[in-house]
Design a protein around this ligand. Structure first.
Ligand code: PBG
Length: 311
């Protein structure tokens, strides 16, 4: 009892955000091979999944689309086309479950024939030209009913640009969760399998941060605060606890941590082999992210920890 009374950190259902992968079609539910227990859902099954999660007390969802290769182009035009898979999914979830908090991802990679988050020309990313595309995408998400828009692209100036557009169109209540300190990490591999979104050439090191840098996160955070972000995100989570702590101590905005696909895959693989105690290691990871200062945790473990009553 006293041990519980003096426990400093808790993980609750309201701290968790569940990333969900969506795919075109009917009655689809295909497991991502490098992420046991995680599926790509067609919209009908997505609604069933959201309903189950809501009944477990899990209320926040971050959606990511797997887009057919034939719909991808250099300019990611599919990303804001009226009636596309992603916009239909947002609308379906929000109309059926208005109480669900829908977080949407803004970046070009799921729709880009180059597999990059920004527009590529002669092997280089065009930052400012990308902002226009991201702006159209963000507005389309807001119109479809997104509660929080989360730009994951790491272009400079996109938070201010998107905030302005949203405000001009009357979407002052839509929040921005900025991927503030997003590192060029090896831990995104399974996510790129899930979406078939790996870069076709080059890497993301010109726009994502160098894993060796901590202080640079302060610069990114400063800009996001000035530009109007409502949340600052650090990604990945566990290898960057110092960065979570740093931003938590220096800024008053809520901090989100993304416990990414590779962190999930690593833990699942070890647990399946019996090399780790799954319940204890999962809870230790989530508790550590909270202890470091994250208010919200995006995690593929979200549904499972509630289903199994590990919290
Ligand atoms: C890309 C994006 C990535 C993730 C979320 N948004 C991967 C990347 O930058 O290549 C990774 C999430 C995860 O690994 O779980 N916009």
């Amino acid at each position: 009892m006293i041990r519980d009374m003096v426990q400093e950190t808790q993980v609750t259902a309201s701290n968790l955000i569940f990333p969900l992968f969506i795919v075109e079609g009917n009655n689809q539910k295909t497991e991502v091979s490098s992420m046991p227990g995680i599926y790509r859902f067609s919209i009908d099954n997505l609604l069933r999944e959201v309903e189950e999660c809501l009944s477990l007390g899990l209320r926040a969802f971050d959606l990511f689309p797997n887009i057919d290769e034939s719909l991808k182009d250099r300019f990611a035009t599919e990303s804001y086309r009226e009636g596309n898979l992603y916009l239909r999914a947002i609308e379906a979830v929000k109309s059926r479950f208005p109480e669900a908090c829908v977080i949407t991802d803004v970046a070009m990679d799921p729709y880009s024939s180059d597999g990059h988050d920004g527009l590529v020309e002669n092997g280089e990313i065009l930052n400012d030209e990308t902002l226009e595309i991201l702006g159209k995408m963000a507005l389309a998400h807001a119109r479809a009913g997104a509660d929080i828009i989360a730009p994951s692209d790491m272009m400079d100036g996109r938070i201010g640009y998107i905030r302005q557009l949203l405000d001009d169109e009357g979407f002052t209540n839509v929040s921005l969760m900025s991927y503030t300190a997003k590192y060029a990490s090896a831990f995104y591999g399974p996510f790129r399998d899930a979406l078939d979104s790996a870069p076709k050439h080059g890497d993301k090191k010109t726009y994502q941060m160098n894993p060796a840098n901590q202080r640079e996160a302060l610069i990114e955070a400063e800009l996001d605060v000035q530009e109007g972000a409502d949340f600052l995100m650090v990604k990945p989570g566990l290898p960057y606890l110092d960065v979570i702590k740093l931003l938590h101590d220096q800024f008053d905005l809520p901090i989100a941590a993304y416990n990414v696909s590779g962190e999930y895959a690593m833990l699942k693989a070890a647990a399946q082999r019996g090399w780790l105690d799954e319940q204890r290691s999962t809870m230790e990871v989530l508790t550590s992210l909270r202890r470091a200062g994250a208010t919200a945790i995006l995690t593929y473990h979200a549904k499972e920890v509630l289903e199994k009553k590990w919290l």
